[in-house]
Structure formats: C-alpha cells, structure tokens
Design a protein around this ligand. Sequence first.
Ligand SMILES: Nc1nc2c(ncn2[C@@H]2O[C@H](COP(=O)(O)OP(=O)(O)OP(=O)(O)O)[C@@H](O)[C@H]2O)c(=O)[nH]1
Length: 900
Amino acid sequence: MLVRWAWCVRPVARRYVTLPRRLLSSQAQLDPQQLSRTTRNIGIIAHIDAGKTTTTERMLYYSGYTRRIGDVDEGSTVTDFLPAERARGITIQSAAITFHWPPTTQQTPSQPSTPTDFSLIPRSSISHNINLIDTPGHADFTFEVLRSLRVLDGAVCILDGVAGVEAQTEKVWTQAGLYHIPRIIFVNKLDRDGAAFSRTVKEIGARLHGWPAVCQIPWWRGGNGDFVGVGDVIYLQGLLWQGAADGSQLKAYSMQELEASDKNFAAEIKKARVTLVELLSEYDDAMVELFLEHDEDHLAIPGTQIIQSLRRTVLQAPQSIIPVFAGASFRNIGVQPLLDAIVDLLPSPLERPSPEISLGKQTSTLSQLLSSTPNTKLPVPIRKHQAPTPLKAPEIRNLTACALAFKVVNDAKRGILVYVRVYSGSIDKGSILYNTNLHIAERAPRLLKMYANDAVEVDSITSGQIGVIPGLKHARTGDTLIVYKGLSSKSAPPGGLDSLQLRPIHVPPPVFFTSIEPHSLSEQKHVQESLAILLREDPSLHLSVDEESGQTHLAGMGDLHLEIARDRLLNDFKAKARIGKIEIGYRETISTATTPYTHHLEKMIAGKIAKAGITASVSPIEEESPADTKTNGEREAAATNAEDSDPFSTTYRTDSGNTIHIAHAPLSRHDSSAHKLHIPPALTLPSILSALHAGASASLARGPLNNFPVANTHIQLTLTPSSHLSPETTPAALSMAARAAVTTSLQTANAGAKAALLEPVMRATIFVNERSLGSVVQDLSSARGGQVLSLDSSGDEGAGDAGGGGAAPDALVHVDPARIYTPPDPFAPSGAGAGGVGMGPADTQRQIVARVPLKEMVGYLNHLRAITGGRGTFVMSVDGFEKMGSQREREVLDKMREFA
Ligand SMILES: Nc1nc2c(ncn2[C@@H]2O[C@H](COP(=O)(O)OP(=O)(O)OP(=O)(O)O)[C@@H](O)[C@H]2O)c(=O)[nH]1
C-alpha cells in the first residue's frame, strides 16, 4: 500500500507544487502523429454561471500560461475578452486557447515518443497539448455552443453543486451526445452554502442518462465543515488543498493516515471504490479480469488500471458511464486533478471517428472520401442543377488539407482571426485555401497558435490541431476550407470537391430583430463594414436591407443576442448609428391565392437596356397542426430532399416555411446542350434559377400587410423562355422582374383577403419541483396562452426534448436513481435522503413541455424563478410561426403603431 501511495503522490507533488515557466513552442517539433496522440481538443459546457470561465482561468494559471488568476467578477479573465462579456460577467463568444498539461518543465519535457502502454503510468504523466474551448452557457448563444461542439473531441461538463443539473446543461449534454462526444463531469461550487454533491450525482443519472462513476468525493473538514479537498477514489487517497492561497499546493494523505485522522471519510472512499469497480465491471470485461486477478479485492486494483478502464468506457458510444469529479474552482480546489482526468480519460483526435461530410447532396465521412480508390465506390456529388460528375482518385489525392473555420474573431490588436480545426493533411503558411461555402480562394499569409493572451507563429497546422489564421478576408464561422494541390487563387477544385462541407449544421430562423440607421451618409460605409464583420463572426445573425425605407434590419436568436450585437457595434466598432428597439420578428402570410400575373421588365441597367419577364402567382400553405409540427431538423431534411423528381422544375424552401417553385419547361436540369435552343448565350440555367430565386426571396423579405417577412406561402414562378428571355436579358433583370412579379402578387392577395400576422411559437421545456408544478402549468396555459404538451418526471424518455431535436430514445441509457451510489450529503435537509431525485414527493423534479408564444416568454426566467422559489429553469427553441387570434393581432399592431 505504501508503495502504491508513494507512486500516486509523486506526480501530485511534482505537478502541483511549483508554478512552472511557460514554454510556448516546446511541442512544435513533434511529428504530426505524435502531436495528435498527445493532443486533447476539449470543450467546457454547462449552464450559465456554473463556473466555466472561473475553472478555465485556473487551468491557465496552473499550466503556467498566466501569472495571476483572472476573476470573472472583476472582469479580468483571459477567455471572456469582449468588453460586453467582461461588463456582464458572462461568456458570449467561445474562446479557444492552447496550453500544456502537465506543464512542460525541465522535469517533464514533452516526450520525443509516447509510451503505448499506460497500465503502469497514467497518460497525465506526459505533457499534453490541450486546445480548450470555453463555450457560452446562455440559451441565446446555444448556436455558438453547437458550432463549437463540432470541433471537439471531448468535453468537460461543469455543474453548479448547489443548482445541480440545469436545463441548459441537459440541452447541451444531449447535443454533445448526438455528436458522440465523450464527456466527464466536474461538480463545482462545493464550497457554497447548500452545496449538495449527492443530489447532483443522482440528477446526473436521472437527467443526463448515464451511470455516474464517482471518482472523487468531497472532503468537508470534520465531515460537515468547510470544503477543503477531495477523496480520490481512483488512487485511494485524500487530496487536501492547503498552504498557498492560489491552490498550487496540495497534500496527499494515504488511506492509513486518513484512517487515523478521519475514519468515516476513509471508509467512504473505500465504499466509493467498491462501487466504482463494480460499475466498471458491468461495462468493461477487462475490469472483471483485473478484479479476479486481484483476488476479488476492489481496493487492490491499481489506480492506473482503474483509469484505463474508465477511459475505455468513456470512449464507448453511446457513453453509459460518466466519470464525476468534485471541486470549487473559485476556492482553487479540484482543478489540477480535473486536468489530469482530461488527459487520462478523454480521447485524442486519432481516437475519434472521421467527421461527417457532404458532397452536394451525398453524405459520407472524410476518411471514406480520402481512402477512395478507383475500385471503391466514391461518393458522387450532385451539384444543384448539374449532372452528377464522379470524383476521380487523383482528384482526391490532390486534396491535401481539409479544415473547418469554427470561429471568427475581430481582435483589437491582430485584426480578424479565423480559428480552424484541421481534419486531414496540413495547412502550411502561404497555402491557398479554397472556401467551399463561398466558392472563393484566399491565401493564408500567417498561421498562429493562441496561448492565453499570446499568439505564437507556426509554420503549419496539422490534422487534429486547432490553430488561427490571421489576415483572411472572406472566411466566415462555419465555412469549410480545403487545400487542393496546384490550385491558383482564381480556380476551383475539380470533380465537385468545391461543394465539400464538413459537418454542416442548420441555423434556426431568427425571432428577434432591430433596425439600424447610420447617423449620416458618411457613416454608412463604416456601419456596413462593422456589420459585415459581426456577420462573419456569427452566422446566426441575419441582415436584411429594406430598399424602400433604406433601413437595415438585424435579426437574431434572442433579445440578449441582439443586445450584445448592438453593444459590439456601438462600443467595440464605434459605429455611429441609431439602433431601434429590439422587437419580436413577426411574420405575415397571405390568406388567398392569386391568378398568374406576368411582369415584363425593360430598364436601363448600368447604361444598357435590360429586358426580362416572368409569370408569378402566390397561394397560402396551410399551417400544420401543432401535433404534427416538424422539428427544425425534420424541416431541413425535407428541404434537402426537395430535389424535384421533375427535371423541368426546381423548388426552393425557405426558413419561414415558404416554397418557391420555378417551372422552366422546356429547360431540363440535366440536359444543358438543348438549352442553346432556348437560352441566350450569355445565360445558363443555374444563373437564371439563382436570379429568380434571389428576386423572389427579396420580395418575401417584406410582406404586404406590415412589412414583416412572409411565411407559409407558396410562390409559383413560370419561366417561358420564348417570351421571357431575350438577348438583352441579364440575371439582374430577371431578379428584378421576379421581385416585381411576386411583390405585385402578394399585394393582390392582400387586397383580396387581408393577410394575417404570424408569431413565433416556442417549444419550451421547463424543469420545476413537484410543489411548483401546478402554479407553473396554470401560469403557462392561462396567463401566457401556452399549450402544455406533456408532463413527465424528469428523467423520463421525454427528457430528450431538451436537446432541441432530441436523441433517439433507444440511444438513452435508462438509469434507476435508486441504484446510484452517492456519499452522504452533510448539508442536505434532514430526511431528504440523497436529495433531488430521491427527495420527498414535493421536491421531485418534473418536466413540462409546452408550446408558448415567444412574446410571453420574454423575461420569463425571472418570473419562473419567482414562482418556483428560484429552482425552476427552462430551455426553448423555435417551433414554428402561427397565426394569432384577431384580438391579439390587433394588440400587436396597435403597439407597433404606438412606436412607429
Ligand atoms: N462560491 C463559488 N463561486 C464560484 C465558483 N466558481 C465560480 N463561481 C462564481 O460563479 C459566478 C459565475 O462564474 P463563471 O466562471 O463566470 O461562470 P460561467 O459558467 O463561465 O458563466 P457564463 O460564461 O456566463 O456561462 C462568478 O461570480 C464566479 O465567481 C466556486 O467554485 N465557488
């Protein structure tokens, strides 16, 4: 035992006692495979205020990258770097930073070669390169979290030990599960009054659908005093943070010492170890063998073997076992062992499945694409309106790098920085990057790695790594960038590779908007440039220009989302503009169909006469009943599958449930040679369709009733080449003709029967105690006009709803809370048992799923908190747009007139 203890405490003492110096580029010389093996691309996910930023600050400090610990409340943290974040103490943009753990010191240099056997030494005894992404917790920024999830190989979920599992955590957890991202949990804030580790662990089992593997138990002085450290269930020791205020010194106590000083604590660590071994044995056969090898003594199995077993189970998909660690970052307790767990338990990029890609309408994985040979079946890209062109093996071999731009940041000192995750090959300094979303190429002049506040120049960013490209003019968040051998900045890669998309995601429709008006004409350029940067950073912001009033509208996911955009525009970019009130983005829809109307345009454009014609009609699309309302994902799938079986027509679907159907007989999408007979030489079918689509979309942006965007409307365009096209027809003229024809048709429909206003309706998942259930349901259904869809005990199958799309129920591990081990909670109310899930009936967690108009959900959190004694939380996502009753419509319109 003594030997084991000595072994275990050695790395503890070595790593945590001294604050090492920075060695910024110490891993630069490693070969790419080796670098990948010792890399962890990790995200931190959690509900707002759980302590993500506070924990990240400690990680940077202990790894030696900062010299003082930043404080969220003082606004001095490294990762919350936007003034708006610092002012509010919340994370808005996810930041990505690199550091080494354990720190690279002379005693622990980065290894020239990594051992392959970790049964005797843990991975965390070797310095690893950790790319850490701190993600925002506020529901308005969920999209930012989802975007970051795509580039993660593993995640640490931080829970507030007082609040337990909160709604946003559940939502992001479920999303991470859909991407099969291995996750571990850190129960934070155990120093706070009311901290309940055991209740939180039970909630993990019930609400996050996995068996909590308690790897540490909290150490409260004397069993019920201050929170001072943790009982390490893996290595069987007590870790006490003492001495230095910065938490850099901790002392390890052996079981013998603990038995002498704190018998109950020692007994609890042993009990936790027995449970841990039994739990692992259920999911890992190797653990059963180890158990037998060690004479069925749960305590005799070495800690390094427990770590190995935990790692194997964490990497299983779906993940059934969730390792749980304990601490209080603010008190500097628990962060160093958490860093060890990141290295020991979460996967390297080499251990992750190849990312999903799409090529035209086909999906595949990147490795399938790259390993394709002439004999294997290659994914066949079908670009819109073009005949399929099979990819040839040499074309694939020339694809030397593939990366995702997952974040764009406007850095005050360094300009625009594009954060990329490289998935294959290597981006080298000076490479030409082809952007498959924008279809343009641009050179990467320099490459950087971000270490806290420092940027270090590197020559290449290799597969599995996260790095930064400064100086790109076009790349936006979410764009796929590829390097193709021999490509010049003016050409495109062949064979459909120019449509290659890595992990495409769906952006939900915006539900709030505000207007922006530059103070003067001279300010207009700067305002527009600033808005363009905001949009490059955040594709969930939408911009539209109302040509009649000249007003620019900025739309977003939530009021806070737009508030932050407004602050950034005025304060960070110093744009001089008047920004209107943040308002709900209503939609309007027509109530009657029109007969076909033909618009012939004849106009001087850029000094030349331009002609075009088009026939349009519009008709309402019947609203789906709420019961069969599709999720956004389903709608997206429907849109993607919308490629018409008829080659003489093309259908586009928009976010707001509109369809634009273009009939173009006798022009077939597959037969370009026959087009010569019908189309003037300067035009192609794709350019015609794209111009008509653009014109109709512009018209849909401004409805006939109150200038709100049009929704649930079918647009029928009929192109008759003989009368609508002529040698003077240009795409711009076609677009203008389509816009005029659709606008006139919408106005005709509105004149026939008044168009109706639609409001965004949210699908809200609300978590409350049984005792508040009645009042919350009553408030939702009577005061807020909501429709309660289901009432479940939290942890029921329906919990997948919180994921906004939800995991398939059969993928969820069903956990019986009664079978979960937890150590006693010294501060739980008497008779409350393990708390939460196991508490008295009035405290049972309930989940309400309801459809509620967005208007009623503005500021709902404060109200919910008030009627649930502070315990209620909720998440919501857009479920659709619905007609309002006439009374409500009148109220909304009157209110608008008041502000007009
Ligand atoms: N008592 C106590 N307070 C903590 C602890 N960790 C964080 N806090 C406090 O909790 C508040 C929120 O911490 P943050 O680190 O900003 O939380 P976050 O999860 O990054 O929040 P968002 O970025 O807004 O999602 C701050 O006031 C912290 O000082 C802890 O371990 N104990």
